[in-house]
Design a binder for this molecule. Structure first.
Ligand code: MLT
Length: 237
């Protein structure tokens, strides 16, 4: 079984096959994992704000919620921003969430043809590794990055999933970036926050008062589910 890690969705070769995992730790995939763990029925990821509004208008108002961000801030008129801490069970249970974010939902769109496509974060890293080990096929971990640039938070999470998967699949064949991510993670496993504090998006979120979101997203293995994406909609597997 081969494991490839991509620093950005744009680096994934055309016509690549799944299984693949999209990782946007700060904060889109952490939001998706949280919302589904808290009982949301589904999340449809769309790229543009107006498309999100149009899609939501097609649902009964009591069934749908709009969430997302631009520059990490809530979008006017939306029910939620992109803070996973907002997506509590009392608000999201049985709701269909339409989500638009700057990088995370775009990463999903760019991998629309890859199947199966899963959602990964620190919150569900072990569950992701277990699912991939069960499938036993060549796999890609795809980091969403931030504004087209590599990010430490996503690669550290890819390194954690690689470490878990290496325990489960002893002859796992790592490509160069999987090896590097694993190495980076192993060397910082005792202080992931210290590593990620060097990420630009970390500093930005901190500068706008969202450090509690960072702490939330850096929790490890608190969720035992692996969301799966089909036709742009994310559900529990
Ligand atoms: C994104 O998808 O760009 C991010 O999740 C940004 C954020 O809200 O922190």
């Amino acid at each position: 079984m081969k494991l490839s890690v991509y620093a950005l969705p744009t680096l994934v070769p055309p016509n690549s096959q799944g299984p693949a995992v999209v990782i946007d730790v700060l904060r889109a995939t952490s939001v998706m994992v949280t919302a589904l763990a808290n009982g949301a029925a589904a999340i449809t990821a769309v790229e543009e704000i107006e498309a999100a509004r149009t899609l939501a208008a097609g649902y009964p108002a009591s069934d749908v919620l709009l969430g997302g961000e631009r520059r990490a801030r809530p979008i006017p008129g939306f029910d939620f921003g992109n803070s996973p801490r907002e997506y509590t069970a009392d608000k999201v249970a049985d709701k269909h969430i339409i989500l638009t974010t700057t990088n995370g939902t775009r990463a999903l769109a760019s991998l629309a043809k890859v199947e199966p496509l899963f959602i990964g974060a620190f919150l569900n890293a072990r569950a992701v590794a277990e699912t991939l080990a069960r499938l036993g096929q060549d796999t890609m971990l795809v980091c969403a990055g931030t504004n087209g640039r590599f990010t430490l938070d996503d690669i550290a999470c890819a390194g954690m999933i690689t470490a878990y998967l290496s325990e489960l699949v002893p002859d796992l064949d790592l490509d160069d970036l999987a090896y590097s991510a694993h190495f980076l993670y192993r060397n910082h496993a005792q202080n992931i926050k210290g590593l990620i504090s060097h990420a630009q998006h970390y500093s930005y979120l901190q500068s706008i008062g969202l450090e509690a979101d960072i702490d939330y997203c850096l929790q490890v293995d608190t969720v035992d589910l692996v969301p799966k994406v089909e036709n742009g909609t994310v559900r529990k597997e």
